[in-house]
Design a protein around this ligand. Structure first.
Ligand code: ZN
Ligand code: MN
Length: 469
């Protein structure tokens, strides 16, 4: 049997932050209130109640489409998607079927462009609370009708790691755009993964679509639900790939079904067989006219973390550093600004290692520290002391630096230190003299350490070389 490769597609539902619900004037506050306090005839599905779409939600849906470089449809509409579930009061969900707000976008994750098929709006359901003894269930409709943004990727993701990273990057994007909190633990963002395994060489991706080799029939896919953390996304997919691979190797078949992931057991268990589109009996929502001629000029993209990240990398930061800093706009901007006068990389190190990403000092003061380091006027080991003096005495870095130099001046002169270190490190000196030039690093390090003073590493190196020649 040929090697089996996983194919993964994601469906992500996110609650949008809006003042009111998707089709009525009730507050969009699923957590904040007493059960069933934010409800009205529309979001509880009373006969004859008429939905009115929320413009704020539509704007935000389009904004996400724009940020994902998707095609924004000037003509769009809502449809009814029928299914029966006790927390869905109308017996159908208002969603979008064939004309979503945007289609055909992508999100770049780990250097790969992951194709997005569609982004559409729909409404959230209510919430069932089951009694511990299983004898009754309670229904809270505060969440019913909250605007829900659904994103569907093409089945082009080829590892559980990439799937996880996609969810993380998408969450960051939604937060940058200020359209959602997207906290997975709170259920504000809910991921579902479609997973199948296919024989290597039997398929290829043509744009958004999977094309199979003639005569090859795709193995069915399994949908995994209940993924309520990034970790769960990765673990569940990993487990599912293994499960399907085993089944096929044993010559058994895979059933197309929906499985739930249980974090505790670290495995997926069958929930139900998967519905297909025809089971939902979609038809256009007759109570809402189509959305036409939407003015896209009102959409303004803010500075996104990933643009910041690229900018920071172009200034010489490593990818992980840029990643860390791009999440903190204030610091990112301080580094970009500071890079006009000093090394961005030194600034980044200070912010990450020294300040733990907290703005302890004003940006121009951090720049001063970076300059002192860059010019070799202060060894890294003394930066902590310098900052402490500035903070505790409430003085500027330059002043703190002069004070520190004053205190240190009384200590041993550099020439004596160099002699002492040469005398103490006989072996190192010998190997340096035999031609192992890099050995001088050890000597420089020891002089700087023992000096505990504000020695300039360049000067120490020059003096050592002179002394040893
Ligand atoms: Zn309502
Ligand atoms: Mn949906």
């Amino acid at each position: 049997m040929k090697r089996l490769l996983p194919i993964i597609g994601l469906e992500i539902h996110t609650e949008l932050l809006t003042k009111t619900k998707m089709f009525c004037g009730c507050p969009n506050a699923p957590f904040a209130s007493m059960p069933n306090s934010n409800i009205c005839p529309i979001c509880t599905g009373q006969p004859g109640a008429l939905p009115v779409p929320n413009k704020e939600a539509i704007l935000k849906a389009y904004l996400v489409g724009k940020a994902l470089s998707a095609h924004l449809s000037a003509y769009s509409k809502f449809d009814r998607k029928h299914y029966f579930y006790p927390d869905l009061p109308k017996g159908y969900q208002i969603s979008q079927y064939d004309l979503p707000f945007s289609e055909n976008g992508f999100l770049e994750v780990e250097g790969e462009k992951i194709a997005i098929i569609r982004i559409h709006l729909e409404e959230d359901t209510g919430k069932l609370l089951h009694s511990p003894d299983g004898k009754y269930s309670l229904l809270d409709l505060n969440r019913a009708g909250v605007p829900l943004l659904e994103l569907v990727t093409a089945p082009v993701i080829q590892s559980s790691f990439l799937a996880r990273r996609f969810c993380e990057e998408y969450q960051q994007l939604l937060r940058d755009l200020k359209v959602a909190n997207a906290d997975m633990e709170k259920g504000e963002m809910r991921c579902e993964a479609n997973v199948s395994v296919q024989e290597e060489g039997s398929f290829e991706f043509v744009g958004l679509h999977l094309r199979t080799r003639p005569g090859y029939f795709l193995n069915p896919k399994v949908e995994i639900k209940n993924l309520n953390s990034f970790r769960a996304v990765e673990k569940a997919i990993e487990y599912e790939i293994e499960r399907q691979t085993e089944l096929l190797k044993e010559g058994r078949t895979i059933v197309q079904e929906t499985r739930g992931f249980t974090e505790r057991l670290k495995k997926t268990v069958v929930q139900r067989e998967k519905e297909s589109a025809k089971d939902y009996r979609y038809f256009p929502e007759p109570d809402i006219p189509p959305i036409v001629d939407f003015d896209f000029r009102v959409l303004r993209l803010p500075l996104l973390s990933r643009s910041l990240k690229m900018k920071l990398q172009s200034l010489g930061l490593s990818a992980p550093q840029a990643d860390l800093i791009a999440k903190n706009k204030q610091i990112a901007e301080a580094i970009i600004e500071g890079s006009r006068v000093t090394e961005a990389k030194i600034l980044a190190n200070l912010y990450i290692n020294r300040f733990k990403l907290q703005p302890l000092l004003p940006p121009r003061e951090v720049v001063e520290v970076a300059k002192l380091l860059d010019e070799g006027k202060i060894p890294p080991a003394l930066v902590g002391e310098l900052i402490n003096i500035a903070l505790s005495e409430k003085i500027e870095i330059r002043e703190a630096f002069s004070k520190m130099r004053g205190r240190r001046a009384a200590e041993k002169p550099i020439a004596d230190l160099i002699k002492e270190v040469i005398a103490a490190e006989k072996e190192v000196v010998a190997s340096y003299k035999k031609g192992k030039k890099e050995a001088i690093g050890v000597l420089i390090g020891r002089v700087l350490r023992e000096g505990k003073g504000l020695l300039n590493p360049k000067e120490v190196k020059e003096r050592l070389e002179k002394e040893l020649s």
